[in-house]
Design a protein around this ligand. Sequence first.
Ligand SMILES: Nc1ncnc2c1ncn2[C@@H]1O[C@H](COP(=O)(O)OP(=O)(O)OP(=O)(O)O)[C@@H](O)[C@H]1O
Ligand SMILES: [Mg+2]
Length: 493
Amino acid sequence: VHFEIANPDAAGTLEALSSLGYSVESAVADLVDNSIDAGAGWVDVRFRWDGGDSSVAVLDDGQGMDPATLLTAMTPGARRRGPHELGRFGMGLKTASFSQCRQLVVAGRPPNGDWHIRTWDLDVVTRTGQWRLLEGCPDDAEPELTELIAGRPQGAVVLWHRLQRLVHPGTAPDDEAQQQQFYGEICRVESHLGMTFQRFLEGTGARLDLRVNGNPVHPWDPFLRNHRLTQQLPEEDPATADGLSVHVRPFVLPHRRYLDDTAFNKAAGPRGWLDQQGYYVYRNRRLILAGEWLDPRLRRDDKHILARISVDVPATLDTEWSIDVKKSSAAPPPALRASLYRIARSTRNVAANVLAHRGRVTRATNSSGLVLAWSAERRRNRLALKINRDHPLVRDALTLPPEDRQRVKNLLRLLEETVPVAALRQMYDVETAADPEPFSGTSDSELVELARHMFAALVRQGLGPAEAQRRLRSLEPISDYPSVVDELGDFAT
Ligand SMILES: Nc1ncnc2c1ncn2[C@@H]1O[C@H](COP(=O)(O)OP(=O)(O)OP(=O)(O)O)[C@@H](O)[C@H]1O
Ligand SMILES: [Mg+2]
């Protein structure tokens, strides 16, 4: 076979690689990925304002780089990847950096080694038409780099010198408008990192110490899992034909009336309530995509802001999910689209109902301590609705003498086995104003009476009056009518 070698044109390729459309925050996140892959426990993103000479640096205490690794690291497309790493293409360091600066300086120091420094200078490559990786760093970056690496036994420093997007070259250091904008970007980067790396920032075990200009980045949980009124709907593991599954956990956030202003604004997220609804796709615990419905039939709208769904995608499905170089977009494989659409629909329906103060649907689990009358359980891929045997009223009825107890059991069994699924599906698939809300239309005195019964049941089950009264607030249906508990006041004490 005859062939010609058509090497990519250096200047043109570079131009293209710098234009992938990174935002500042996604470019920084790409560098943080690398630090995590390098085993860093500490990462600090430093923004330094100096007008047109401003810079951004990412420092970490990972395994650093020897000269050979450093050369690979700087080479576009060179890679050695495992399935658990955040990197994939061998491009991120270069594409993210070239999108932001004209000089990329990378320094690495392996344990017990020395610092090694290399620089990509876009102007040199463009001028010479050659991929000339420079040793050391540009003279005018030297003082800053020296300061950044001083006293650090191992790790890496990635320095963006001669920024070209974040500030305009030639901006005066005392240009206050530009400076404000620069600081604004820092905040955006911070909240983006808190969202993207949430799972690395919280939880037990080894946590990542991620900082921006020395300040710890706070993790942001899109699903408000710590709020007692967040509903988690049944989890599912839809699979593609070759058996590779993703893990889906749908959440419906609490209605605004249960959040104070601070909590409400925080829950809105970096892009705001409207844009943060929908699927959150995680790849190896790292957030790729935040708030998209992944189906052209579903749009973001005001009615469904409370619906947020987490999807965990293993890195083995990268190709199927079309994970892009920027790690900021993904598209589900056709085999999963139907399942994702169905889950999105049902979650949206619940969310719309919560927003409209209408009927509450049962929860499969709730971390809140809220005790519901019904629970949805998934067994061998079948969804079953069960009456909660731990609800005090149910438990109370089951303390009857054996003969009567059997009658109660029969009744519970009957109700569970004959749940009118078709009618329910219709009720929740089509939103109607007629959706029932538990005990709505019940008079206050009836509710107080019910609360009294539940209180008595709790006391019979061994709780002290004060504790019983407190518990009442977390029991369905009293949880929806907290004022009723106050009316019990005299009775309870
Ligand atoms: N902070 C760092 N510490 C140690 N090694 C690093 C660091 N940053 C980058 N590297 C090395 O450089 C290589 C290239 O990084 P780059 O981000 O370009 O590609 P990648 O992470 O392999 O894949 P992707 O394109 O998906 O990000 C990495 O595989 C790693 O070996
Ligand atoms: Mg990378």
